[in-house]
Structure formats: structure tokens, C-alpha cells
Design a protein around this ligand. Structure first.
Ligand code: GAR
Length: 201
């Protein structure tokens, strides 16, 4: 069974979607660790409620990103983690984690990449006046939200939407495609070919 770690910074609704998918049998995997860079992240609470080991690692205690990531890496290795999921983790990964887990780190982003990378993607899309928004699960590499795309889902923008109502509907889709993408990964059905991810049926 695949051992997963989830890196979080906030409320953890995507973490919850993964937990639920494991508990209802959709995903054959186990979450060995949830790691947060924010002490009060509700995601840590969610992990504890489900008996999952929850770690707060304070980036301010480390003089560099490299040393901080070495500490994160130690937890990953200690817990035999094979796959790392970023779920609302608001830090850019450095080479320590990227090299240790090359092609084994996934991220969920609330926009149809490569449009609107970075922060507040839903607001960026809404402000731009797009008619179709959505979300993306992708492999993480050195680029900002630019790694090979695994799954995407569209959400239509309605005339009476606000940035918040749109973000809510995007989030509903995030909760569906993240478990789907993780399932494909743990079943060994993803094959990276350059920029493209081929899904083996
Ligand atoms: C989600 O919408 C996720 O896509 C986004 O943060 C939110 C976290 O929510 N991530 C990014 O913007 C990363 N660039 P959650 O903590 O409830 O899962």
C-alpha cells in the first residue's frame, strides 16, 4: 500500500477529500504524515481527528529553506513516504525536496494551468473575466505551477458569480480530481513523456 505525506498550510479541505477517499476504499493508500508550516492550520486538526500523525515544522526556526526542507525530508524518510501531496501548501519547494522526490510530488492548483499560476488564482481568473475556470493536478517541478499536467476540470463562470462563489465551485471539483489523480498515481498509471502525462488505461 502506498505511503503518502500531505503538506498543508491551511484549512485542509483537499486533505479531507484524500482522507475520505482512503476511508471509503476508493484509494488504496495510507497517509503516514501530514506536515504543516503553519502551527494553527486546521488541516493538522483534521489529521489528528483521523489518527494521522501531524507535524508542525516551523520554517522560522531554520536559517535557510534548505535546512527547513531537510527537516521535512527527515519526517518523510522516517515515515517511508513514497508520494508527497501538496494541498494548499503555500511554499515554493526547493531542490532538497524536489530532488529527493523527483516525479513523486503532486499539487492541486485552483485554475486551468498554465493560466493564472501563483497566489489567488481564482480571483485572478475572475478578475480577468474568463468564462471558464477550473482546477489542475500536476507534478511539481522547479517551475511555479508549471509541471506536467495530470488532470484538469472546468467550471463555468456564471453571470451572477462573485470571486467567492466561483472559488467554492472550483473547490468542489478540486475535491474530486485530487483523489482521482492520486488513484492514478498509486495504481502506476501515469507515464511522464516530456511535458505530457499519459494515462494508462
Ligand atoms: C485550494 O483551493 C488549493 O487549490 C489552493 O489552496 C486551497 C487550499 O484549500 N492551492 C493553491 O493556491 C496553491 N497554489 P484547502 O486547504 O482547503 O485544501
Amino acid at each position: 500500500m502506498s505511503s503518502i505525506a500531505v503538506l498543508v498550510s491551511g484549512r485542509g479541505s483537499n486533505l479531507q477529500a484524500i482522507i475520505d477517499s482512503i476511508e471509503n476504499g476508493y484509494l488504496k493508500a495510507e497517509i503516514s504524515a501530514v506536515i504543516s508550516d503553519v502551527e494553527k492550520a486546521y488541516a493538522l486538526e483534521r489529521a489528528r481527528k483521523h489518527g494521522i500523525k501531524a507535524f508542525f515544522i516551523d520554517p522560522r526556526k531554520f536559517p535557510s529553506r534548505e535546512l527547513y526542507e531537510q527537516e521535512v525530508l527527515k519526517v518523510l524518510i522516517d515515515n517511508d513516504v513514497e508520494l508527497v501531496l501538496l494541498a494548499g501548501y503555500m511554499r515554493i519547494l526547493g531542490k532538497t525536496l524536489l530532488e529527493a522526490y523527483r516525479n513523486r510530488i503532486l499539487n492541486i492548483h485552483p485554475a486551468l494551468l498554465p493560466a493564472f499560476p501563483g497566489l489567488h488564482a481564482q480571483k485572478q481568473a475572475f478578475g480577468h473575466g474568463v468564462k471558464v475556470a477550473g482546477c489542475t493536478v500536476h507534478f511539481v517541478d522547479e517551475s511555479l505551477d508549471g509541471g506536467p499536467i495530470i488532470l484538469q476540470r472546468c467550471v463555468e463562470v456564471k453571470e451572477d458569480d462573485t470571486a467567492e462563489t466561483l472559488a467554492d465551485r472550483i473547490l468542489e471539483q478540486e475535491h474530486k480530481i485530487y483523489p482521482e489523480a492520486v488513484k492514478l498515481f498509486v495504481e502506476n498509471r501515469l507515464c511522464i513523456e516530456g511535458r505530457k502525462v499519459r494515462i494508462i488505461s
